[in-house]
Structures are given as C-alpha cells and as structure tokens.
Write a protein of this length. Structure first.
Length: 273
C-alpha cells in the first residue's frame, strides 16, 4: 500500500476545510504507518473572489499573511513528528495573466514546499463571475441558465488543461470533481476529458487517483476509463485520500492498490520534495 499521502486538509482555514489540527493529522498518519505526508489546505485567491467563505480571499496581502501563518503553524506542529511532513496547498488555478502574476508573487512570499492544481469553480471567460461548486450546492437558490452552464463547464475543462500546461503544480487533483455535482456525466463531454488526458501525457504531468469519490459517489476520481487511458500513455499517478479529517486518512487505499494492480498501472508518482 502507498505509505504516504500529499493531499490532506487541517482546520487552519476553518472547519469547512479540515476538522482536525495539524498535530492530530500528523499523529494519526504515524499510527496508520505513513512514512511521509504533505498537508495541503486550500489556496483560493482571486481579486474577483466573492466573499463566500473565510477560506476564499480577494485581498492579496491578507491572503499572504494567512497562508504564511498556516505554514508556520504546520511547520511548528511537525517539529515533534516522527515522520517527514511537507507543507503545500491545493491551489485553485485561474488561467488569466492577472491571476498567474499574483499567484507567482504569492509563491515567492509564502514559499510552500509544493502545490496541487485544482479547479473547484465555475466561471466566465473574463473571470468576473466566479462560483464555487460546493457553495453552489449548499445554496440551491443559486440558478444558472442552461446556456451559461454549458459555457462555464467548457471553461471548467479548459481551466484544468491550462493548469496542466502552466507547470506550476506537482500533481493535478480530482480531474472530474464536477461529477459530485452531477455535471459532465454525458458522453458529449468525453471529448474534453480526452483533451485533458492528452495534455497530461504531453506535459508528463502527474495526476491523482482521489479515493474520496468512492465514499461520495461510488467511484474514484477520475473515471475508470480515464485512468485506463492515462495508463496507456504512461502518465504518473499518485493515490490521495483528500482527508478532511483523521477518519479519512488512508481511506480506500487498499481498494486503490488492488484497482491499480488489476489494471497493471505502470507509472506511479513518488514525490521527492
Ligand atoms: Zn479539492
Ligand atoms: Zn482537497
């Protein structure tokens, strides 16, 4: 079984992100036999970010200060750890030049050990309208017309493609997380999914098999057929539990191992940062 996990959350940004402290996550990781871990809270920053939660930021200085204090808290907690602990972020990527230049500044300021690329937002081309998928699910009064939704979902996939091309990320999280919300299940979206697969191959970009999907929708992220296609193309995979609490650490890891070995998955990603 993979004895490390680089995608987990703590309560440093509030309970919507993680339910446990860094010390609790480290202690439980040691108990279950992980040799190395990476803690990756959300980095969701954009100048046009609506203030839908305490963990989303539109103010650059405030974001940097908070991310720096999160890193410091985790590094302090890791001083007593018996295993290697890295500090990263699960970053909401946006493809505009404006966002990229601000993110590059954030990286210089905060100096985290690694970054996971993610897309949890529906948005328009201009990045003026930004809607978090989870926030949308919790607030059913938010309605988007069918026409706008198709536009936003196309941008969702293009955003993932651009995140792969950016070269910012150690690996890309839950490629088809939109299925949690019932989006893009129709065959007509396969073309976009193939475009993601081909871009991952071209850029030799590792991606994750996220086991939390098994609990939420009965299927891991991404779809089985996508993992088969990625295996044919020798794209490195890392197994992630995406743990938001101690209970979720290493959840379904054995299932993931037997899934990958049945498929004869060839290329595994073992981080070396
Ligand atoms: Zn995520
Ligand atoms: Zn996550």
């Amino acid at each position: 079984m993979q004895n490390f996990s680089y995608h987990m959350h703590t309560n440093n940004l509030g309970i919507f992100d993680g339910q446990n402290t860094p010390i609790e996550m480290i202690k439980r990781s040691e108990e279950i036999g992980f040799k190395k871990i990476g803690i990756s809270n959300h980095l969701a920053f954009h100048p046009n970010m609506p203030s839908q939660s305490k963990m989303f930021f539109s103010d650059f200085n405030k974001a940097c200060d908070i991310y720096k204090s999160v890193i410091e808290d985790i590094r302090t907690a890791s001083l007593k750890a018996k295993i290697d602990v890295r500090v990263g972020f699960e970053v909401d990527f946006f493809s505009s030049y404006q966002w990229r230049s601000l993110f590059e500044k954030i990286k210089k300021e905060i100096k985290a050990d690694y970054y996971i690329g993610a897309t949890h937002y529906l948005r328009d081309e201009s990045e003026n309208y930004i809607m978090n998928l989870y926030y949308m699910k919790r607030n059913p009064q938010i309605k988007i017309s069918e026409k706008d939704l198709t536009v936003y979902l196309n941008i969702y996939w293009d955003n993932i493609i651009e995140s792969i091309k950016s070269g910012y990320f150690n690996f890309i999280a839950h490629l088809d997380v939109c299925k949690l919300f019932g989006f893009c299940l129709d065959k007509k979206w396969d073309e976009k999914k193939y475009e993601v697969i081909e871009t991952l191959e071209k850029y030799k970009q590792p991606y994750e098999l996220n086991t939390s999907g098994w609990t939420k929708v009965g299927e891991q992220h991404p779809h089985t057929w996508m993992i088969e296609e990625l295996n044919k193309r020798n794209v490195p995979v890392i197994v992630s539990d995406d743990a938001h609490s101690v209970i979720m650490l290493a959840q379904h890891f054995e299932q993931a191992e037997s899934f990958l070995s049945k498929m004869n998955y060839k290329c595994r990603y073992c981080p070396e940062f």
